[in-house]
Design a protein around this ligand. Structure first.
Ligand code: ADP
Length: 221
């Protein structure tokens, strides 16, 4: 592997989601072992990924032969066939794979995947839809929500704060948000803020707070 201390990550199911994931992992410098039962998918992705193998991932022996039992991380990206997805996760649990990431396509599917032993269940449609809703109705440029109502957002400096210093605007007292970073329009990267720093028009801010505070802050102009 190009990343020291890392070994291959298997991605099972090269549909729209799995193929993007496999390409991204590969671009990050990881060795990806891609698996799909469909010969056409295997053919198609062989041109873009280093290791692409045709196999039915619900077959425990087939997975063992591919060396998947020795991997630390496997992603089950099969969506449409809930049965194939669940049986694949079961096979991986049987093989003792320690970190199984499994994609769900419904709330029920997600519950089943957790109960059969997937450590990480992802539900891309629900997660992206929810995140996008926040971006559409506020002025946030980007938004990440963590547990316990905590969020981090990227947004343009509100016009009413332009020309004031960080200490003057008292964001924590007045809006409950803390500034983690700022980038002026002529700068290429974010930097930490100091109290005396003046807020320049069209700067970009990274702020943290509760989801509600961050959202309310993103609505002020
Ligand atoms: P997407 O919504 O990301 O396009 P799909 O569920 O349509 O996802 O595609 C999933 C991929 O998983 C398909 O390419 C399919 O051939 C593959 N797949 C389905 N069942 C298995 C299985 N048992 N073993 C390996 N690959 C599978």
């Amino acid at each position: 592997a190009r990343n020291s201390g890392d070994e291959s990550i298997a991605v099972i199911g090269l549909g729209r989601f799995g193929s993007h994931l496999a390409e991204s992992l590969s671009a990050l410098g990881h060795d990806v072992l891609a698996v799909d039962r469909n010969a056409q998918q295997v053919q198609k992705w062989s041109a873009h990924l280093d290791q692409v193998t045709q196999a039915d991932a619900t077959d425990e022996d087939a997975l063992r032969q591919l060396g998947i039992a020795d991997l630390q991380r496997v992603v089950v990206a099969i969506g449409a066939s809930v049965e194939a997805s669940v049986l694949t996760v079961l096979a991986l649990v049987e093989l003792g794979v320690p970190q199984i990431w499994a994609r769900a396509i419904s709330g029920q599917h997600a519950k089943i995947l957790s109960s059969v032993g997937a450590q990480h269940v992802i539900f891309p449609e629900a997660e992206t839809g929810e995140r996008l809703a926040h971006l559409i109705v506020t002025r946030m440029l980007d938004f990440v929500e963590f547990g316990d109502a905590f969020a981090i957002a990227k947004l343009r400096v509100p016009e009413s704060l332009v020309g004031h210093s960080i200490s003057e605007v008292r964001l924590l007292d007045r809006h409950g948000v803390r500034v983690l970073g700022i980038k002026a329009p002529d700068e290429s990267r974010f930097r930490y803020v100091s109290d005396g720093l003046e807020l320049v028009r069209d700067s970009t801010l990274i702020v943290e707070g509760t989801i509600e505070q961050v959202q309310r802050f993103s609505l002020i102009s």
